[in-house]
Design a protein around this ligand. Structure first.
Ligand code: ZN
Length: 412
């Protein structure tokens, strides 16, 4: 219902070209609407979204030729949708296959046990990762024409499947009992964490009360966090260990190169003078509204989807990111809760500013769950004092580390 209301709401209003900002926001909004329409196979919505997208794009001087082409091609002849598989349920897995499908089933016993179904001449409307007890089910677009379905586990399992009349039904028959998440030990030695102290060198970041510099506080907190995490057995890398400048792009690149499991960027907030002393902890994860630049960056990092056309790539990127966005959000919540618990335990006051989506550049382009922590406001007297107090910094660091533990306990 909520989805429907949002959907209707967004189409009641056309692209707002009253200001650059409004058009900019609407451009990305209609981009999302367009992708949703594509996935819902809703041509009417697709045409509507494209029209507004082109209107906004033209106002912003963006290159809209691709969208114009797509709008022109929206004729009834276009039968790409007949290739879509329909997913009815996941446990048991029930699918309706497209007309001219070919299916190939095989088992791989390297690094665990995988049962794979490759469905040729097919497109999946959704990318799915689901844990069914100890078995992971993944449905994804393997290449332009092939949907790959993988059942994966460390140990062998039994899968019964049946293919008839364009239907595939697959059911896992031996179930391993689920262990209670909270009692699972974490294998920290295999987890790689990149901690990113914001700013550095010529970029001081925010400058708060008494001339306190963000780059200094965040480096102290980051180093303390790293030392706690290392004691717990994690492999930890810092994007900088001293007072020098690193461009944003290099920070995320570094995390990707290190094949990090998590990327955590640490910052302090600054409030403009006319706003009355806001304070507290705020955590951000990358918002699902992705900009042109974000998509370009992500495209470079996702070379396996090169063979797909422009629009397909966007659809795939949206789903690749969707899982990561959900994970980042979960990570943000775990870290927020344990930071608040740890700093308050020692009598510090820290306001809970929540976990929110935002398009931070530093989080764009990372391939792992990523969050940005605004540890407090340097323009607020209490926060500013705390942020330079070593005890507070240690509690903050402990909180971040415990939050990471909690996250991995639930998402091993
Ligand atoms: Zn910052």
């Amino acid at each position: 219902m909520k989805k429907l209301i949002i959907f209707l709401f967004s189409f009641l209003f056309a692209c707002n070209t009253s200001s650059y900002n409004a058009a900019y926001n609407d451009y990305y909004k209609y981009q999302q609407k367009y992708i949703e329409a594509l996935l819902d196979n809703n041509k009417k919505a697709e045409i509507l979204a494209l029209k507004e997208l082109i209107k906004c794009g033209k106002f912003l001087n963006f290159d809209t030729s691709n969208y114009e082409k797509k709008l022109k091609n929206l004729t009834p002849k276009n039968n790409i949708y007949s290739k879509y598989i329909k997913i009815h349920s996941l446990n048991p897995l029930k699918l309706t296959l497209p007309k001219n499908y070919k299916i190939n089933h095989f088992i791989i016993k390297k690094n665990g046990y995988k049962e794979i179904f490759d469905i040729k001449n097919a497109i999946t409307p959704k990318f799915i990762t689901k844990k069914i007890n100890n078995i992971t089910l993944k449905i994804a677009q393997f290449n332009k024409n092939t949907v790959r379905i993988v059942f994966y586990a460390q140990k062998r399992f039994n899968l019964n499947y049946k293919i008839s009349n364009n239907k595939l039904i697959a059911k896992i028959t031996n179930k391993n009992p689920i262990k209670k998440a909270n009692f699972l030990p974490i294998n920290t030695s295999k987890k790689i964490i990149v901690i990113d102290p914001g700013h550095g060198g010529k970029d001081a970041g925010g400058i708060g009360l008494w001339g306190k510099k963000e780059k200094v506080a965040v480096l102290s907190i980051a180093k303390k966090t790293a030392s706690i995490l290392r004691k717990k057995g994690y492999i930890v890398y810092l994007t900088r260990t001293g007072d020098y400048f690193i461009p944003l792009k290099k920070r995320t690149h570094f995390a990707n190169q290190k094949k990090a499991d998590l990327f955590i960027s640490i910052h302090c907030n600054i409030a403009p003078r006319h706003i009355k002393t806001p304070n507290g902890l705020e955590i951000y994860y990358l918002s699902p509204t992705r900009s042109e630049r974000a998509i370009r960056v992500a495209k470079l990092e996702n070379k396996e989807i090169k063979g797909l056309n422009y629009i397909d790539q966007r659809v795939i990127l949206k789903f690749l990111n969707k899982d990561r966005i959900i994970d980042s959000h979960k990570l943000g919540i775990d870290i927020k809760n344990s930071i608040l618990k740890n700093v308050r335990k020692k009598g510090f006051y820290l306001k809970d500013g929540g976990v929110r989506p935002a398009p931070f550049w530093v989080l764009v382009g990372t391939q792992m769950p990523s969050i940005l922590i605004e540890t407090g406001y340097l323009t607020n007297p209490r926060d500013a004092k705390n942020l330079f107090n070593p005890l507070f910094q240690w509690q903050m660091a402990k909180g971040i580390a415990e939050g990471i533990d909690n996250y991995f306990r639930k998402n091993p």
